[in-house]
Design a protein. Structure first.
Length: 258
């Protein structure tokens, strides 16, 4: 089995063969309202998958980089209201977070809502940097978008990973591919250096070249929440039966042939 460093170098080499797209070009169609679903697999499989779809997608390039560092800080209530919305499979649920794009030093405060029609609606406001509290502006944003009291929210989980973003040349679709995710809270850290989580984002459902590659390699669509997985992994004494099978599957995948 090749090392993580070799896999990452192979990924970078393949990404360099893609046609690039700039951030301003990509932002013309942000897909802030979309349908999405995810796949997971091991990092050494990714270069071959990327080669299979190279002619169908462009890759986001920022500051001459095509593999980007992301940092997210998720907020929740003392009794984990937002986590429990997902755990209890509520049809309308939220995530609240800061997200920092480290390579371009851009930070946004974001609220994601999934409605009862499976539509993802993401809204965000620009911030100077990640803060460990809800300020006046982000508090007003929470009230406007969720009608919840911002004073009940505090930081719960850091999530770090590297991401590449593919943009379909013909249709309104993006593929975000996250590698080497790690979850940190309360002095604990859990990392999965061999794990890849690919998310397909579409304005409306259509036959996707990337999804075709996934199906041809016998991968099924999944619903994976990095926030919920991180909380379930680290937070003791929290209900997590909805995520146990997914965590077991991730552990099995990442321990194969290590």
């Amino acid at each position: 089995m090749e090392t993580i460093a070799i896999s990452i170098q192979r990924i970078v080499d393949v990404l360099n063969d893609f046609e690039p797209i700039s951030l301003p070009e990509m932002e013309a169609e942000m897909l802030m309202k979309r349908f999405d679903y995810k796949f997971k697999f091991r990092i050494e499989q990714l270069p071959g998958f990327l080669e299979s779809v190279q002619s169908e997608y462009r890759v986001l390039e920022v500051n001459n980089l095509r593999l980007h560092k992301y940092e997210s800080l998720y907020f929740d209530t003392e009794n984990y209201l937002l986590y429990m919305q997902h755990q209890n499979v509520l049809r309308n649920r939220y995530k609240i977070r800061y997200r920092r794009y480290a390579d371009s030093d851009l930070t946004f405060f974001e609220i994601k809502r999934k409605n009862n029609k499976e539509l993802i609606i993401k809204e965000r406001i620009r911030q100077v940097g990640i803060e460990l509290n809800i300020n006046e502006e982000t508090g007003d944003f929470i009230i406007e978008k969720t009608h919840l009291d911002p004073d009940i929210f505090s930081p719960k989980l850091w999530v770090y990973y590297h991401r590449m973003t593919l943009v379909n040349k013909k249709n309104e679709e993006r593929i975000t591919i996250d590698i080497d995710p790690s979850f940190k809270m309360k002095g604990c850290c859990v990392s999965y250096p061999t794990l890849v989580i690919a998310e397909v984002k579409q304005k409306k459902y259509f036959r996707s070249p990337f999804v075709s590659v996934m199906r041809n390699n016998h991968f099924r669509k999944e619903e994976i929440s990095k926030y919920c997985i991180g909380i379930a992994l680290i937070e003791e004494n929290i209900k997590q039966n909805h995520f146990k099978q997914e965590i077991s599957s991730i552990n099995k995948l990442c321990n194969e042939n290590n």
